[in-house]
Design a protein around this ligand. Structure first.
Ligand code: ATP
Length: 494
């Protein structure tokens, strides 16, 4: 926390003001909200409004129902009109965007009109921003000064991630709390968590508890079918699922007396596990790559890559995770056949006989990548326990497909071997190898992203010693659909 922070107490939990807002027992709890997305670029379609979705999800977890999403341009009168209209029906409005330094950032002007206030400069915010700019060796400009203006009755919300403070104002006639947050999603999310969550007033003594679990390898429709009645909207705890590139998130929200919360959540978690537990890789909101790196580091293992059609994307996704340097050794982008042969040791006749996109090539790439670890002199203090190589060869499209191997056909290999040190030399032992064939739907980018997720899923299953018989979009080795117990592996694109 910066000593110059205009709202220092917010970082320790809730500020005095938000605590007062949340605790006041004279004021009824927040129940009904509207979410406003502000910015011309949202109306022209240049930017997809992901903020409203995120905010509504969070509000739902806090027990507040969103009754309307509205998207508005950078127009102060339109913003004021929407706020005034919605304040008659809602006790909470969350707006994002339009708080920047330029003349077309007009959210604060709209707030002032709706609150019936003049805009005034917030001295604490001004001092903070001046110092922030000075620390970057730049003077504060007119536009930035505008960022420190708020409706006279409002207050600023500290922005820990950027230069645009948020604003909280109450529309007095309807006692409706309006929070305006900056547009960039990471700034918006941080401010929501620091300033809005603690200010939400809840009903009675009820608590809200949320449990998140992440699953990989099952499609959304199959997961929903398996969960069945658990997805009933009248259930408490309420279970919801979302899917993205083959990863399923289940969010379980309990509302009720604190004393029953743990049991109710544990019972529902066990019921979810009974249906799709074999695919669960985490009980917190992490990506499949975060979870893989965490576990690889924890086990003191190492990962190597030999990538053809993803050309380094898997390595990129793994190394996007902070701390990955403890686990990732490196790898090869072996796009051409020559490179596969010369650098990773795939035999010429294997490619000739089976084609570059084939099970034996994926196998040889993984085994060849591991073999490179052999006969290296040990340098560091601690050698790895097990080394894993992930390999991939496939057809990302749009061209290059055939009847036997259509676009989206990808073979992913994994080879894992215990690393031993003999006389100061590293030696990867006899590897255990698996190769899975997939048929990923989607364009070139989606095929590659889904390949990266599936590769991580294969390694995670190995690290967690989970038996995942069939992963999403996996096919039989000859490309035919797998007649799996949980339905067809070829599921609609999403
Ligand atoms: P800044 O100081 O960055 O200008 P701001 O509050 O003025 O903050 P905008 O200028 O409206 O925010 O938006 C900045 C960027 O934030 C946009 O270019 C866009 O990338 C992202 N953004 C804005 N609104 C949304 C939204 N509803 N959903 C997703 N991203 C958004």
């Amino acid at each position: 926390m910066s000593p110059d922070d205009p709202h220092p107490r917010q970082h320790a939990g809730r500020s005095a003001e938000t605590a007062a807002l949340a605790a006041s027992d004279k004021t009824p709890p927040h129940r009904v909200a509207a979410v406003l997305a502000i910015g011309d670029e949202l109306l022209t379609g240049q930017t997809l409004d992901s903020n409203s979705r995120w905010v509504s999800n969070r509000l739902a977890e806090l027990g507040v129902s969103t009754i309307e999403h509205a998207t508005l341009g950078d127009d102060a009168v339109a913003i004021a009109g929407a706020i005034s209209r919605l304040a008659t029906r809602c006790d909470l409005i969350v707006a994002t965007g339009g708080l920047g330094p330029t003349a077309d950032d007009l959210t604060r002007d709209g707030l002032a009109i709706a609150a019936g206030d003049a805009l005034v400069r917030d001295d604490a915010a001004y001092d903070w921003l001046t110092k922030l700019f000075a620390s970057r060796g730049r003077p504060i400009r007119d536009g930035n000064e505008r960022q420190t203006m708020r409706p006279a009755s409002g207050r600023m919300l500290h922005n820990a991630q950027g230069t645009a403070p948020g604003i909280h104002v109450v529309i007095p006639k309807h006692r409706c709390d309006v929070f305006a947050l900056p547009g960039p999603p990471f700034e918006m999310r941080a401010m929501f968590e620091a300033s809005i969550e603690p200010a939400i007033r809840r009903g009675g003594d009820d608590v809200i508890r949320v449990r998140i679990a992440k699953h990989v390898g099952i499609g959304e429709s199959n997961a929903a079918a398996a969960l069945g009645d658990l997805l009933d909207r009248n259930r408490n705890p309420l279970v919801g699922i979302t899917a993205s590139d083959g990863v399923i998130t289940t969010r379980t929200r309990y509302v009720g007396p604190a004393a029953n919360a743990d049991d109710a959540l544990a019972e529902t978690a066990a019921a979810i596990d009974q249906c799709i537990g074999v695919y669960r890789f985490a009980e917190r909101d992490v990506s499949v790559f975060d979870a893989t790196i965490d576990l690889t580091r924890e086990r003191n293992d190492a990962v190597i890559f030999a990538e053809s059609c993803t050309a380094g994307l898997i390595a990129k996704r793994f190394t996007d995770v902070a701390g990955s340097s403890d686990a990732v050794l490196g790898g090869w982008v072996c796009y051409s056949n020559d490179w596969k042969m010369q650098h990773v040791g795939v035999a010429d006749d294997v490619i000739t006989q089976h084609g570059a996109v084939s099970e034996p090539v994926a196998r040889d790439l993984a085994v060849g990548a591991l073999a490179n670890l052999r006969q290296r002199q040990r340098t560091g203090a601690q050698p790895w326990r097990v080394a894993h190589a992930l390999s991939v060869t496939g057809i990302a499209g749009p061209d290059g497909g055939s009847e036997q191997k259509p676009v989206g056909t990808v073979f992913i290999g994994r080879a894992s071997a215990i690393v031993e040190t003999r006389d100061g030399w590293l030696n990867a032992g006899e590897p255990s190898v698996e190769v899975r064939r997939f048929h990923f739907p989607g364009d070139r980018e989606r095929v590659r992203e889904r390949t990266a997720v599936a590769a991580a899923a294969m390694l995670l299953a190995e690290l967690q010693q989970r038996q995942t018989p069939t992963l999403l979009w996996q096919t039989e080795p000859d490309g035919l659909p797998i007649d799996s117990a949980d339905g067809s592996p070829l599921q609609p694109d999403r």
